[in-house]
Design a protein around this ligand. Structure first.
Ligand code: NAP
Length: 324
């Protein structure tokens, strides 16, 4: 790879995930962090210095206008994903947008339409899909290694700070378990089993109106998925995929797994597939591949995949009565 052929990234919103992503970006030979943008200039300067980035902006508009930046990573709270992604696309940038894509299905549709209209690559940052262990277990399950899928269970929980108003407790910012981490168990059920025929969900709520605990059953023609997400339990982070001839289990925490087991006839076979860095590198590498191939979407996590996930999440949102 020629040094001058690097893909030039910009990051918008310099919080927790932006740091993790920037750390992994440094591990990719053909990636360069060209600019970062914060609402606060000192924060942008400090971030840029930490990751050896030449440009720091104190407004998101400024990075969208920077001709050097090819792809923007949107790392802001959920409620701003749609508008910021569309603005970046309008400005001729490719976009990798953090999950969840949007707070409504209609906004998710607007984002995909903008990618098509401006002919720029657009992907929801569903990093789990690109991890080596996940890709391998997915291929094996789809090839019938554990027979016909009949049952899947997955969870994502942690004890969050629910005091005060923050992005997890604030209804206006799409807070709560479902949109922040509940999308992961729904993702694995969707990618393994497809669109469910029926959805049953039940939630418990925080004083602010966001869900702190949501359990979901997805009913398929020949299978059921039992999923759970919450902001009040110590993590178990397990995912089990069960079929008529055996079962597959991703190492916990399953959504950032470095391996998996296949259990058949009381015999367990273990497979280890380490991630590059924490694992965010793999989604960035997929962006590079697509951009270099002039694709506006990934085949591994397509526009339709994101729309389907958004449709399921928004049906659950309506069923449990989230007020956004
Ligand atoms: N893929 C993953 O593993 C993963 C993990 C964590 C989070 N996420 C996703 O990434 C997004 C950001 O999460 P985070 O944990 O990084 O959040 P965070 O630490 O709060 O950072 C979000 C950043 O967005 C910017 N921002 C813009 N408008 C804001 C507003 N109204 N309130 C607060 N911040 C605002 C701020 O950056 P400036 O001050 O620099 O402008 C802030 O630092 C969420 O959508 C979340 O779902 C993904």
């Amino acid at each position: 790879m020629k040094i001058d052929n690097k893909i030039k990234w910009g990051i918008v919103g310099l919080g927790n995930i932006a740091h993790q992503f920037a750390t992994d970006l440094l591990l990719i030979e053909d990636a360069s962090l060209a600019a970062v943008a914060s609402r606060n200039f000192d924060k942008a300067n400090d971030f840029a210095a930490e990751y050896n980035c030449p440009k720091a902006y104190d407004s998101y508009e400024a990075i969208f206008a920077d001709k050097d930046v090819e792809i923007i990573y949107i790392a802001t709270p959920h409620d701003s994903h749609a508008d910021l992604s569309i603005k970046a696309l309008e400005n001729g940038k490719h976009v990798l947008c953090e999950k969840p894509l949007a707070l409504s299905f209609e906004d998710a549709v607007r984002m995909i339409e903008a990618s098509k209209k401006y002919n720029k690559f657009f992907m929801e940052a569903f990093w789990t899909r690109f991890l080596p262990a996940f890709q391998e277990i997915f291929a094996k399950v789809k090839n019938g290694e554990i027979g016909e899928l009949t049952y899947l269970n997955a969870d994502f929980t942690f004890c969050a700070d629910l005091s005060g108003l923050n992005r997890l407790t604030d209804v206006k910012r799409g807070g709560g378990a479902l949109f922040d981490i509940g999308v992961y168990p729904i993702f694995i059920s969707y990618i393994m089993l497809g669109m469910p025929k029926e959805i049953i969900a039940k939630a418990k709520y925080h004083d602010t109106g966001v869900d702190v605990q949501t359990s979901i059953v997805l009913q398929y023609e020949n299978a059921q998925a039992v999923l759970h997400t919450d902001l009040v339990s110590s993590p178990s982070m397990k995912a089990n995929i069960c079929g008529t001839k055996g079962r597959a289990e991703l190492n916990a925490p399953w959504f950032m797994s470095d391996g998996y087991s296949i259990i058949k006839d009381d015999r367990e076979e273990k497979f280890i597939l380490p991630n590059l860095g924490k694992g965010y590198s793999h989604e960035a590498i997929e962006c590079h591949k697509c951009i270099r191939n002039n694709q506006i979407e990934s085949q591994l996590w397509s526009h339709q995949n994101s729309l389907d996930l958004s449709e399921i999440v928004n049906k659950i949102k309506k069923q449990i009565g989230l007020p956004f």
